[in-house]
Design a protein around this ligand. Structure first.
Ligand code: DC
Length: 225
């Protein structure tokens, strides 16, 4: 048995599509490991912003990516021992992550770190290039999306639920700008691969989306691929 025999479910899609929650629940249901690859980009952005590194300094950003001292344990994300799970979700960090993710050196520096999550009995990986670059041999590739308006509304409810004031028009604009940046960059752009199944969750709730993914995975397992 080699590493490549460990099954991967790759879930790619745009910001605020709910793919993180769906991926996490699918992983729980299957007893698989979970990789939140976006968190790695966010951690690089957070470290850079905290230490005053210019977000256009590709070489220094790649160096930060290579030396990230991070431990993922459940919902906790510890950066040098500090829990930064909430800090990396701040809007400034989301925008910073989207900007630094356009640099090839940063992406390259994070590649092996992401592949190391491939452990038995399997992995659910969520991001933008899980199926196209990081795990091209994934057994199941999903492109999970929802309309920008629906995603803005979901983010709005999520923020209000946490007592954070938000403006739906600003959120929609941020989402559209981030979509454009993530989709139009030259390296590993966000796009639905020819071998990925489209899962549009505009009219689905989380449980329904999770069931769709599990159904697709069960079909593949039944075929004995
Ligand atoms: O999934 P997320 O919103 O946490 O990702 C944050 C940013 O990181 C997003 O704007 C794009 C980038 N990203 C990426 O380029 N490739 C990935 N595999 C995951 C995230």
């Amino acid at each position: 048995m080699t590493m490549n025999d460990v099954p991967i479910i790759a879930i790619d899609g745009p910001s605020a599509s709910g793919k993180g929650t769906v991926a996490q629940r699918v992983a729980e249901r299957l007893g698989f490991h979970y990789l939140d690859s976006g968190a790695l980009y966010r951690l690089v952005a957070l470290t850079a912003m905290r230490s005053g590194v210019d977000l256009t300094d590709e070489a220094t950003l790649a160096d930060i990516a290579r030396h990230l001292d991070v431990v993922f344990s459940g919902v906790k994300i510890q950066l040098k021992g500090e829990d930064v799970a909430d800090a990396i979700r701040a809007e400034a960090c989301s925008n910073g992550a989207s900007r630094i993710a356009a640099y090839p050196e940063v992406r390259k520096a994070l590649l092996q770190r992401q592949r190391a999550f491939r452990q038995l009995p399997g992995l659910v990986a969520d991001g933008r290039d899980m199926g196209s670059v990081v795990f091209p041999d994934a057994i199941l590739k999903i492109f999970l999306t929802a309309s920008a308006e629906t995603r803005a509304q979901r983010r709005y409810k999520q923020l209000m639920g946490k007592g954070i004031d938000a403006n739906i028009a600003t959120l929609l604009q941020d989402i559209q700008e981030r979509d454009a940046r993530d989709s139009n960059r030259s390296v590993a752009p966000l796009q639905q691969g020819a071998d990925a199944s489209l899962l549009d969750t505009t009219l689905l709730n989380i449980a329904q989306a999770v069931d769709e993914v599990l159904g697709l995975y069960a079909e593949i397992c039944a075929k004995g691929v």
